[in-house]
Structures are given as C-alpha cells and as structure tokens.
Write a protein that binds this ligand. Structure first.
Ligand code: MOS
Length: 704
C-alpha cells in the first residue's frame, strides 16, 4: 500500500499556478461583460449634499451611474455567522451618509474598465463635512460585546489578591498598528444574471456555500438560484469570507442592467474598503512568586471598529489558554473610528494577543532571572481556564524542548548586549505560539471512473494553503492510488458543502470527510481497493461508481478543549548606528496533531512566520488625521517582507494525532505560524540591545 499521508506531496495546483492557467475571479471570461468602477468618498465623516453625475453620464462608453439617489435594490440579509454574513451591516448606497474615507458612494458602468475609471473621476460631490475621528487617542471606549458566541471578558479568583501575594510584578502596555490583509489577488466580483432570478458570482470567497446563502438573501432568491464560483483564491487571510459592499453593489447593478458586470478594486480602494486588522493597545499585568509560578494575569485590550459594523480584535482569547494562574482577569474594550470596518486577519486576536502576553512573559523571565523556556514550562496549563475543560493531545512542552534543542538555546549568553558579530549586536529570543483547533461539517463526493482515476468533489476551497494537495493525498492513500490519479474540483457552490476556508479549519473539516467518502465508495463498489473497483467498473460498463460522505463535529467539544501549540526561536542582528535589524535565524516547532502533508504544513508555518516578521517590523497603515484616508495606497507604500528580509526558516512538528478531535487526528495549521513571531523578535532585540520595544512595527527609528 502506498503511504502518502505525512509525506511531502507536491502541490496539486502548483503547475496551474506557475503556468498561469489557474483562473482567479476577475479573469473569468463572460461574453457581453461590462465594467464597473467605484466612486468613493473623499471625506471621512458627513453627508452628501449633492452628487452631480452629468459629466460622468456623458463620458464615452458610460452605460449607467448608480448613486444613493438611484441605488439598485437589495434586501437586508440576516447577517449572522451561522447562516449568511456580510462584512458591513450597512448596505452600499443605502443613504447619503459618509462614515469613512473611501466609502463607496457610487458605481460607474461602462463598456471598458478604462472608460469606467475615467468617467468616475468626473463626478462632482458636495459634502457637509464633520471632523472625523481617526485618531485612537480621541476615541471613546465601551466594553466589547460577545463575538461569534464567545465572551471576551472573564474573571476567576481575585486579581488584586493574586498581585498582592506576588514577589515579582510586571505591568506594561503593548501596541500594534493597523494592518491590511493585502492579498496578492485583488478583491473583484463578476456578477452574471441568467434572467433576473438566477445569479452566478465569480468572487474570491473563502466560504462559497455561506456566500451563496448571503447573495440569495440579498436578492430575495432561494439558494439554488445562486452559484458562487471560486476555484482559486490568491490569498485572503480572512478578508474574503463574506461579501463586501462592492460585491453586493456589483450584483445589484448587474441585475438592474441585465448585463454581466465586473468590478475590480484598485489597491487604493482595497486599503479603505476590504477590511484590516485594527490597531490594539494591550495592558498586561503579571504577578509571580520568586520561583516563577504565576499568581495573577490581567489582560486588558483596546481595539477599534467602524461606525457601520461591530468587530472586536479578540486578543483575550489566548490568555486563559496559555498559562495557569489562580487569578485571571480579561477585559476587551472597543471604540468607533471613522475608518472602514476591521475584520479577520490571520490569527485574529491570537496574533496581537500573543505579542503582548509573550512579551510580558519575557519581561517577567528577565525580572526573575529565570530562563524564558523554563518559565513557560513551569506555568503551562492542562486546561482551558475559561471553558474549564482539559486540552486534548497537548504537546506544548515538546515544542519548547525540541525548539530549544534545535536552536542551541542552552548556549545563550545570559546578559543583554553580550553577543556581537561583525560589529553588530546579536540577540536570541523565543516565544510560544497557539491557535484553537476548529473544524466544521464537510461533505465530499468521490467518483471512480473507468479510466482508472478518481474524482474528488467538494465546495470547500483552497485559498493558497494547500487544500487541493491535502485532499488529493488523503484520497490517494485511502484508495491505494497515486496522487496523480486523483482529480480534485473545489470551490464551486454546486459541489457538496465543504465548509469554510477560515479559522484554520479546512484540513480538519475535509480530511475526515475524504476518508469516509473513500471507504464508502469502495463499499459501494464491493471492492477492497480502487484497482479492484476499476475492474468491476469496466466489466459492468458503468460510467462511474460514486459515493458521498459527510463528517462533522459531535459532542467531543463538551469534554475536551482543542488547541494547537508551538514555539519560535530566533536570532536577530542589530546595527545600532543605522537602526538596521536583520532576522538571521529561525526555528519553529509546532504541535498540530497529525500532519497530513509535511511540505504544505511546513510551508504554512513559514508563511505565518514571514507574515509575523512583517507584523513585527514593517506593516502599518496610518490614517491622514485631516481627511481620514489611509496614507498607504499600494503594495509599495504598505511595507511587508520580501525574500531578502527572510532567513531560512526551519520547521519541525511534534505531537500525536488528536483523535479526540476527529477520526483523522488532524488540527489546522494555517494561522498558528504567525502567532508569537513578533514577541520572539522583540525578545531577541532586548537580548541584543537591552532595549525593550513595546510598540509595533519595530521600524529603524526605534532601534537607533
Ligand atoms: Mo482566517 S483570519 O479565519 O481566514
């Protein structure tokens, strides 16, 4: 039997992507397609007094112009995570109000993209302008509501008493900047109506079945009348799970015009209109006895939402998970700014949350003169302290020990500023990583064909993470076929519901369903192997033997808490004269349950670390205090790492299959890699320079 699971199968979609034959949303060719270009607000707070589109309408090639005065009709969807969801509760063009700079206030439709764009700039808008609030310091905070069914506040024990009994106390505030998801593939929608009651949408969607339900509700249709097509996504990071206003407006305008319509956002528009990670300010208070046992942990978080929806960057989610303390207090506050709506971005909450907690743990380790690895081992928690449940298959300690071993941590000089190389200061740092083990219901169909191939079909999709390869490898092993003999179709709402490509869920959702469908198809064929089934198939002259199977979470979540774990170890070099920092060495060790594909899993960790290096050192979106617009406007002004910024990243996996979680024992790996990265770097900078930096990104000015 060929062993595929756990090996490093090459990307199933690799060739298509390298050859340019993978079709992204904006690339679908539809006859008769017309082009829309968004008109966006140039103020951040106020009202449209008048909008004159006369010149726009007269411009060459223009077919129609939509504003709030002639907004195409849409219905209000339920906007609930369980059924249908839109990113911004306010529907596009619903009134004359402007809540943030860059908000959509119109759509020009023309025969070509260039003519639509040209015409859009001829609009004349008069505003009644109010001073926007884009500065965090001017904001008013309220307690954050529960999000996706989870409370963000929590208290156990008596925090004040816990601090009073402590020998060592740490209190510090840590900041993170506003970050943009900035996927390579721009946001784009093609809406194609067949008559006025049947809609096909080509849109990068991490959740085609959810998006199908949402568009159906928006247009008062049964779900079967809407098809979402997303075979490939060019990155998403949380910004492509639900429809944004531009997609809704595109579909509504296309229906009214009776023409297929495409709307592609510019990078400039994406900075304001397609989500971001809110900046945060987090205060951590730790108390510990002289031997390093934590007596109290407090985590207070401030983040920001838009005037038109509520989204909290849920940083306190990690705090009851990481370290045990008899006294624990968590608090999240939210304020409204005149900026677009923030949203999920790779490890939402976990990434900035771990920045603060793992920096504070390092500060405590220095204060107590305890090795930071030892401090973490000492305070590891066996249970999820908010849920009161034990963790299943937890191997955090192995991550720390193996990481320390592979990095050579024990040789670390114990004092800051004690290591130099080529005239530069060298520092070593470490931090933990974590992300919850999540999974959803998924259905997969397998068809065995007379030509000796198997066809795997599911609506679940691959946002660049490796899902095509993971499901193909799983099916290959289960059927006893080579990976080349497995054909995979994903990302179309006509296919069986495969769940959401988000929350690092796709592998844990799909793999058990793939295994089950493979067993089922062999049973249907009354064969032990696919080869045997192919013989039966040919003899019977049947076109195919097929089976569909589902897998879903059961009651295990009532007994166990599921969580993935990791540890990062890194080296930095700092040239204090010019403030230049290089990350020179990296080791990450992860416990993600069973590893299905060693290559794509390691690649996800590397991608997470690279994005974490961006979070730590570069990524930042400022808003102009006068006009409220993001001052970054493309992938050159919004800095993130390029190849030259990244060292070799060594990745190892430890642990065991988490069989309480699902029959495949697999937890996801898409997001955990980024968590803890920025803290590991800041901790290494402290070791190198003796300077504690608590404000991200760590740009050269902070190192001088
Ligand atoms: Mo992820 S932030 O759930 O795409």
């Amino acid at each position: 039997m060929n062993k595929v699971i756990g090996t490093g199968v090459n990307r199933k979609d690799g060739r298509a992507k390298v050859m340019g034959t993978a079709t992204y949303a904006a690339e679908h060719q539809i006859p008769g397609l017309v082009h829309g270009y968004l008109i966006t607000a140039t103020i951040a707070n106020g009202q449209i007094k008048s909008i004159n589109t006369t010149a726009v309408e007269k411009a060459p090639g223009v077919i129609n112009v939509f504003t709030h005065k002639n907004a195409p009709k849409v219905f209000t969807p339920s906007n609930d995570f369980r059924t249908s969801k839109i990113y911004e509760a306010r529907l596009p063009l619903s009134d004359d109000k402007v809540y943030y700079a860059g908000q959509i206030i119109g759509l020009v439709v023309a025969d070509t993209f260039e003519r639509a764009r040209d015409a859009a700039h001829l609009v004349k808008v008069e505003y009644a302008t109010q001073k926007p609030i884009v500065d965090a310091k001017a904001a008013t905070f309220k307690e954050s509501p529960a999000q996706m069914g989870e409370e963000l506040k929590f208290e156990k024990g008596d925090f004040a008493a816990g601090v009073a009994s402590a020998t060592a106390k740490i209190e510090a505030s840590y900041k993170t900047a506003t970050e943009l998801n900035a996927p390579m593939e721009p946001h784009a929608t093609i809406a194609h109506w067949q008559d006025s009651d049947s809609l096909t949408v080509y849109e990068p969607s991490q959740w085609v079945l959810g998006t199908q339900r949402t568009y159906a509700e928006l247009f008062g249709l049964p779900s079967e009348r809407v098809r979402i097509v997303t075979p490939f996504l060019g990155g998403a990071f949380g910004s492509k799970a639900f429809p944004w206003p531009h997609g809704i407006l595109c579909a509504a305008a296309a229906r009214q015009l009776g023409r297929p319509l495409k709307v592609v956002l510019s990078r400039r528009q994406m900075t304001a209109n397609t989500g971001h990670r809110s900046e945060t300010e987090q205060t951590i208070r730790l108390g510990a006895t002289a031997d390093g046992s934590l007596t109290a942990i407090e985590h207070e978080v401030k983040s920001y939402t838009s005037p038109v929806d509520v989204f909290t960057e849920p940083c306190t989610g990690i705090t009851p998970v990481m370290y045990t303390a008899p006294n624990l207090r968590l608090k999240q506050e939210l304020a409204v700014l005149n900026i677009g709506t923030p949203t999920f971005m790779r490890a939402p909450g976990e990434n900035p949350g771990m920045w603060a907690l793992e920096s504070a743990m390092d500060e405590l380790a220095w204060a107590l003169k305890i090795d930071p690895v030892e401090l973490r081992l000492k305070n590891e928690t066996k249970e999820h302290q908010r849920k009161g449940q034990p963790f299943s298959a937890k191997h955090f300690a192995d991550c720390l020990r193996v990481g320390a071993e592979q990095f050579g941590w024990k040789d670390r000089p114990k004092q800051p500023r004690s290591l130099t190389r080529d005239g530069k200061l060298i520092g070593w740092g470490m931090a933990a990583a974590t992300f919850p083990g999540l999974r959803g219901a998924a259905t997969v169909k397998i068809r065995l064909l007379p030509d000796g191939t198997a066809h795997l079909l599911t609506a679940g999709n691959d946002m660049g993470t490796g899902a095509y390869t993971v499901v193909a490898g799983t099916a290959a092993e289960a059927l006893g076929l080579s990976v080349e003999k497995i054909r995979v179709d994903m990302g179309d709402s006509l296919l069986p519901d495969g769940g959401i490509a988000g929350g690092s869920m796709m592998t844990a959702s799909l793999v058990p369903a793939v295994m089950s469908a493979c067993q089922q198809v062999l049973k249907t064929a009354d064969a032990k192997t696919a080869q045997e089934a192919f013989v039966t198939l040919r003899q019977s002259k049947r076109a195919a033997i097929e089976a569909t199977a589902s897998s879903a979470p059961g009651a295990e979540g009532q007994k166990w808490a599921f969580q993935s774990w990791g540890a990062h170890f890194c080296e930095v070099s700092v040239d204090e004269e010019i403030g230049r920092l290089r990350v020179t060495r990296w080791v990450s060790v992860m416990d993600i349950g069973r590893v299905i594909n060693a290559k794509t899993a390691a690649s996800q960790v590397r991608g997470g670390v690279i994005m974490g290096i961006g979070h730590a050192l570069m990524e930042e979106c400022q808003f102009d205090p006068n006009i409220g617009y993001p001052v970054v406007y493309d992938l050159a002004t919004y800095h993130f790492p390029a190849h030259a910024d990244i060292p070799r990243i060594q990745v190892a996996f430890v642990g065991e299959p988490d069989l309480n979680f699902n029959p495949a024992g697999v937890r996801g790996v898409g997001e955990i890699g980024i968590t803890g990265v920025s803290a590991a770097i800041a901790n290494a900078i402290y070791h190198a320079t003796g300077k504690r930096i608590r404000d991200l990104p760590i740009t050269p000015d902070k190192l001088l």
